[in-house]
Design a protein around this ligand. Sequence first.
Ligand SMILES: NC(=O)c1ccc[n+]([C@@H]2O[C@H](COP(=O)([O-])OP(=O)(O)OC[C@H]3O[C@@H](n4cnc5c(N)ncnc54)[C@H](OP(=O)(O)O)[C@@H]3O)[C@@H](O)[C@H]2O)c1
Length: 323
Amino acid sequence: MRAIVHDVYGTPDVLRLDEIDQPVPGRGEVLLRVRAAGVDQGVWHLMAGMPYAIRAAGFGLRAPKRRVRGLDVAGRVEAVGPDVTRFRPGDEVYGTCTGSFAQYACAKEEELAPRPARLTPEQAAVVTISGCTALQALRAGRLKSGGRVLVIGASGGVGTYAVQLAKALGAAHVTGVCSASKADLVRSLGADEVVDYACEDPTDGVHRYDLVLDIAGNRPLHRLRRALTPRGTLVMVGGETDGRWLGGYHRQLWALLLSPFVRQQLRGLASTPNPEDLRALGEFIESGSLTPALDRTYPLAEVPDAVRRLRSGHARGKIAISL
Ligand SMILES: NC(=O)c1ccc[n+]([C@@H]2O[C@H](COP(=O)([O-])OP(=O)(O)OC[C@H]3O[C@@H](n4cnc5c(N)ncnc54)[C@H](OP(=O)(O)O)[C@@H]3O)[C@@H](O)[C@H]2O)c1
């Protein structure tokens, strides 16, 4: 089968199309004929082996342990391994797997759900990682109906879900922060207000929010706190930096240390896709209150270009690979 593989960490140039053996589903796994795969910042981190903490976390110190990249997936169940009870051949599913940039991939059955009828495979393939992250961030922030929410990084993979989910969960007012060229997108997702980070500092303390989701921008903790109400909650999701060891995650550690001593709640987030959240996202999608913001699709051979577009910052929402 054809797959995108790499044997060393590096830039998108290390990714190449190759012929490799088709995987065989193990106990509790299904074999998927991949229809589409999602591209997210995690793909870049595992390709680059950066920050180094990722390598130490078991992905391979000197070289990637797994050659095929790609986690988000939508596909058709081709075969099932022993003990699989929820799916059978022919089912159309979405979720996460190991190595979705390939014609076939194996996935644990608990990492999959039936593909919502409203979504194309490409749309479904970009839901799980970013959608679960957004949902878990809003829950960690104890979003209350009627609250005011600030989403920093609202036009990206996680942010486009966070804006829609915040409204669907009852936020009274959602402010999205992004570049001017993507303000229309963020407004179309339901944001009540959009702030261009190049012209205005959303953390200048003029406006205060019950919940701040810091998905991007790498603002220091003391500035993010200025945007919070006295008992507001900050959830630090991410932020791309060139920090070689921890990336931007030292800010999350600071938040954890400081939080017990202040009235505001300061939290980091390490999201994990799970079947309950996948089901919850599916319900939002079926009800029409959540729609993936799909930027572009690329064929399998052009995964390196897809990753380059993601890192260029030009994508409006999510990027998919179509097989
Ligand atoms: N904690 C977790 O479990 C978890 C899970 C998933 C992702 N993440 C991390 O979350 C981060 C975001 O992921 P993503 O997929 O949403 O990335 P993305 O698709 O690249 O989106 C980045 C967003 O940040 C915005 N942005 C860029 N510079 C900014 C600035 N100075 N101020 C405010 N916003 C700015 C971009 O706006 P424009 O494009 O309009 O410039 C865009 O909306 C990444 O670091 C990723 O690794 C963490």
